[in-house]
Design a protein around this ligand. Structure first.
Ligand code: 2HA
Ligand code: ZN
Length: 282
């Protein structure tokens, strides 16, 4: 009788891990879209212990890193994250150098690195925004798993020409493509311009995440959250598409729009609740 790999070594091995494959595929896809130049963009993905334990040895950690912001709420939770200063372009060539599987320590003051982040690499420079956003999204959606940040080109461009009022920005996006209202009836939120990589931008991003799945950082990029990679990427892709249409129209005469009553009909037909205060805005 042959014994399976899992019985002899205790775990299957990272090469087979679906969560590493998902991260590799999505980072490559986003790089090809031109959204993640240089080391732009970062992702964190909350994983189940049982799932991680199938592929990676979770009983010995490679090293621990102190967090500048305690996240007691995430104690014992596992994440796969992109590495600080790492390029999305390179993930596909060497996942173990550019990604890491980490576990938040029992105190919530450290992360233990279980796999990847080879040669002393650290988790994403936006870890504060990611972890604090996970905490808030989990409070409102137990199925929440993913925080994805990217430098979506058209979203960035739109933040130079459109008023940075959340309701007005949301309404413009809804008007750009019919399906937008159905995909993000909860609208988008916007922070003032802030220095990235700080605990402060992390706290402000997470505050928005209490009510929104999307946070735009003007002149920088976008944060999207969701239960799966498909859902989260699809959400950002839809916002970016609407922003692209807005930018294409830019400066031209608008002859007709989707009216507010048409948007209301759409919401009714698809059974979604538009963010209060957006329809009816002029
Ligand atoms: O990873 O995108 O916001 C680099 C960034 C910082
Ligand atoms: Zn960024």
């Amino acid at each position: 009788m042959t014994t399976s790999l899992i019985e002899t070594s205790g775990y299957i091995g990272s090469a087979e891990a679906p969560f590493i494959q998902e991260m590799t595929e999505i980072t490559h896809h986003m790089w090809t879209l031109g959204w993640d130049e240089l080391n732009g963009g970062n992702i964190s993905y909350l994983l189940d212990e049982e799932e991680v334990g199938k592929y990676i040895d979770i009983h010995s950690s490679l090293r621990s890193l102190d967090l500048a912001f305690p996240v007691k709420e995430l104690a014992g939770k596992y994440f796969i994250v992109t590495g600080s200063g790492k390029y999305f372009r390179n993930v596909i060539k060497d996942p173990e150098a550019n990604l890491g599987v980490v576990r938040v320590s029992a105190s919530g003051e450290q992360v233990e690195i279980l796999w990847g982040l080879r040669n002393g690499a650290r988790p994403t420079s936006e870890l504060a925004s990611h972890f604090m956003s996970h905490i808030e999204r989990l409070k409102v959606d137990p199925k929440h798993r993913i925080v994805l940040h990217t430098h979506a080109t058209n979203v960035i461009a739109m933040t130079f020409t459109h008023e940075l009022d959340e309701s007005k920005f949301t309404k413009t996006l809804w008007q750009m493509c019919t399906e937008c209202l159905v995909v993000f009836p909860d609208g988008i939120s916007i922070l003032p311009w802030m220095v990235p990589g700080s605990n402060e931008i992390g706290r402000e991003t997470a505050k928005k995440m209490k009510d929104y799945r999307v946070v735009i950082w003007p002149h920088h990029g976008i944060f999207g959250t969701g239960a799966t990679m498909d859902e989260t990427f699809g959400l950002i892709e839809t916002v970016e598409k609407a922003a692209a249409v807005y930018n294409l129209i830019g400066g031209r005469e608008i002859r007709q729009v989707i009216t507010d009553s048409e948007l209301a009909d759409l919401a009714m037909a698809f059974g979604v609740e538009p963010k209060a205060g957006v329809l009816g805005l002029v």
